[in-house]
Design a protein around this ligand. Sequence first.
Ligand SMILES: Nc1ncnc2c1ncn2[C@@H]1O[C@H](COP(=O)(O)OP(=O)(O)OP(=O)(O)O)[C@@H](O)[C@H]1O
Ligand SMILES: [Mg+2]
Length: 495
Amino acid sequence: MNGSPPVVRLDGITKRYGAVAANQDIRLDIHSGRIHALLGENGAGKSTLMGILSGMVQPDSGRILIDGQPRAFRSAREAITAGIGMVYQHFMLVKAMTVAENVFLGYPGVLLNRRRMEETVAQLARRFGLDIDPAARIGTLSMGERQRVEILKLLFRDSRVLIFDEPTSVLTPRESEHLFDALRRMAAQGKAIVFITHKLDEVMALSDDITILRRGSVIEGLATTAVTSKHELARRMVGRDVLLQVQREPYEPRQLVLRVDGLSNAGLRDIRLEVRQGEILGVVGVAGNGQKPLVEAICGLTAPAAGVVRILGEDWHRFYTHRRWDGNLAYIPEDRRGLATCRNLDLVDNFLLTTRQGFCRGPWLLRRRATRKALRLIRDFAIQPADTRISARQLSGGNLQKLVLAREFFRRPRLIVAEQPTQGLDIAAIQDVWNLLLNARKAAGILLITGDLTEALMLADRLAVMSAGRIVDTFPVDDADKLDRIGLMMAGSAA
Ligand SMILES: Nc1ncnc2c1ncn2[C@@H]1O[C@H](COP(=O)(O)OP(=O)(O)OP(=O)(O)O)[C@@H](O)[C@H]1O
Ligand SMILES: [Mg+2]
């Protein structure tokens, strides 16, 4: 596959969490000058393995060899000193400081003046194609720019191996392209890149080597040239065919469940939209163009400065204060770990978080009844492992998302607001979640907020394109002329 000796060799890495073998006897070589994609279903062990390589997680057994020499890292700092750096998803930057100050932060060495620091950072940025203003404060930067600062920190410390764990999940399509260019330049200059992703297009476009994990073990290590298609990659990953096809019933919109008219708020300008039972309205656009404030206004988290929000025919304020939301509205937030679930509670308690009705008698909670119900949902929605006593943190991303959907759909909502419902999920889980949403569309109107155009086209009946806090246009998904121009609309051009 590659003649030169590897920079990193993982040799028999094993890590268990209780009964779960997160990594089992993993052998893996990483080469300089190459981009190595690490794939696998949710919970396959990708982040654990890279956590071990970057010094964040201690393995139970196995060796890490750097340039053929065995090394043990007790901390991220030790790994960085050995030339191995991880670009974290939740950036660890000081917001009040500048780009250059962050890059130099904690660097043991001579004190430099501001101009020299900024020049050094600018040079490094140019060399690797990481466009950034070294004097800008972190707080003013986009997600893509912050990620570039994280990368620069590692490059400044001469990292030879750079690890990215789902780096494009926080990026716009354009920022992703920018990142890919930078990754190619880093590889061309001899860096080794490890890239974890669920997006098979990215794998096909970017990687030189591919390793697939399944339930903690390497099932395949292969050169990209050996893989003929995304389809084949998906099959190898999941162990069966995944077609990414959905069952879609005919479009029969019925009564109005959501009407927004003239809504203006911080970050929103004169929004108008309608959702009917039996339809999915896909709100598409580059993240950060008003999707968040729109969801907050509809879900009663902020009060609109101007305009009308009516849910099931009631003004939003009346709807939320008269408890009509109870069961009628389901909100699937983007962050299933933060807002939607409690990581240390078991699955029954997580189920009860938004669903008390029918499980209380006076002051008493009917826990046995709730457990029975939760177990049925777990079976109906094929949540793994099917055990109500485990805590939410023990579920993989896809299974946690299915738990949230199961809980919310159990309440038979008539309006569903789903925000990036498949972000970070593996393809098998995406297929499940897509089908669950289409199934829920029979009884509910669904507002689907997504940055993934494929997902919007797969699920939505109509699309609303958002840009700069406005809805630029709304049209049926089969309007080919409009679809042709959707990229331009998302970039802010008039419809
Ligand atoms: N700190 C922990 N405590 C207990 N179990 C853990 C811990 N970290 C990971 N696990 C378990 O180890 C397994 C592998 O998890 P890991 O996060 O490495 O998967 P992943 O491949 O990165 O999945 P995803 O695609 O969802 O990010 C999972 O079953 C997970 O629940
Ligand atoms: Mg992970």
